[in-house]
Design a protein around this ligand. Structure first.
Ligand code: TRP
Length: 340
């Protein structure tokens, strides 16, 4: 985490408002866990004022034709968060689309954000490249960072946990805010990044673990599925059979060991290099660790699933806390822009 003092100077005991969101486009995986969920839990435990939300309008930027799955994905994500240990008594969990003020403010930011800023965003260019022929890029995809800037500023988010790859996105939010304030008065808070230092977790193909690449291991996967997915992982291509010396530093399986097998790490490193440890056995060790690490999580999740109405209650309670803040911000924005 970033060393810069994340506690704003407003009131000695007050910790800043942390804001982060997830698009509901599938299950939580180990990449989220290592890169993000652990930070979200830590910030909760350190008593930051955490706002964690489901970015369901953002889901439409790429998955606009999959709305049939939206309800299940949203429900699943909230359950994943709760099973991971997020406590709705201490953090505010809500759904973006339950706050219509977000949409109105996105329209406003859409007017004040220069097109060039959005066209230059690296992830926009990447998404354009990755689109298959059934889809075409939409206005919302270009405007993704505009909506994200609204998510943060409308609830007065001060700190946004981000990985290195998202710093540019947050910088754009800050520019949008600065421009707004320069035009209409000092109305909006400029958020700061809370940089996560956890390294990116690779997926089975060695690229960043992600839902859309289907190279992930889900945190709620059952043991059989975990074994199957671990088996599908690439290893050092120069290590073809047991006995061949391997290079842990290029191996995706070793990257997962580094994160999830701390006790065995040195032994695995040494025995991989000498060739004593083969990839098949190495993967078995990893699968065993993962199965054990997430056993309590799976049990908790199963139990939460049985509590009918839980997710709705959590979202309703979160909305009751988040929406008044959004309404207040929007009222200030409208007044500053003479739409009073
Ligand atoms: N971009 C995030 C993702 O891909 C989702 C998101 C939307 C978000 N709005 C945000 C994250 C605001 C942090 C702050 O999952």
């Amino acid at each position: 985490m970033h060393a810069a003092d994340p506690t704003p100077a407003t009131g000695a005991a007050r910790k800043g408002r942390v804001l982060t969101g997830y698009r509901p486009t599938g299950p939580l995986h180990l990449g989220h866990w290592a890169g993000n969920i652990e930070n979200m839990l830590r910030l909760q435990d350190e008593r930051y004022d955490c706002f964690y939300f489901i970015a369901d309008w953002h889901m439409l930027t790429t998955h606009y034709d999959r709305v049939d799955e939206l309800a299940a994905w949203t429900q699943g994500l909230v359950l994943d968060w709760l099973a991971a240990g997020l406590d709705p008594e201490r953090v505010t969990i809500y759904r973006q689309s339950d706050i219509p003020e977000v949409a109105e403010m996105a329209l406003v930011f859409g007017m004040t954000t220069p097109l060039g800023w959005l066209e230059r965003v690296p992830s926009f260019k990447e998404r354009l490249r990755d689109m298959d022929e059934r889809h075409s890029a939409n206005f919302g995809l270009l405007g993704y960072p505009v909506l994200q800037a609204v998510d943060i500023t409308i609830v007065k988010g001060e700190l946004v946990p981000v990985g290195q790859d998202q710093v540019a996105h947050l910088e754009l939010t800050r520019e949008i805010v600065r421009r707004f304030n320069a035009l209409y008065g000092d109305v909006l808070l400029e958020p700061q990044p809370l940089l996560s230092e956890s390294p990116t977790i690779p997926g089975s193909d060695g690229r960043k673990m992600s839902k859309s690449l289907d190279n992930y291991i889900g945190v709620r996967d059952e043991p059989d599925e975990i074994r199957k997915r671990v088996k599908s992982f690439l290893t050092d291509p120069q290590k073809v059979r047991r006995g061949d010396p391997g290079r842990p530093e290029v191996c995706p399986v070793f990257a997962l060991h580094s994160r999830f097998s701390p006790g065995d790490l040195e032994r695995i490193d040494t025995q991989c290099r000498t060739g004593e440890l083969g990839c098949v056995d190495c993967k078995t060790i990893l699968a065993d660790h993962l199965i054990e690490t997430f056993a309590a999580y799976r049990d908790r999740r199963r139990e939460l699933e049985r509590q009918s109405g839980l997710v709705l209650d959590v979202l309703e309670a979160g909305l009751a806390k988040a929406r008044p803040v959004a309404q207040e911000t929007l009222a200030t924005v409208r007044a500053a822009m003479r739409f009073g």
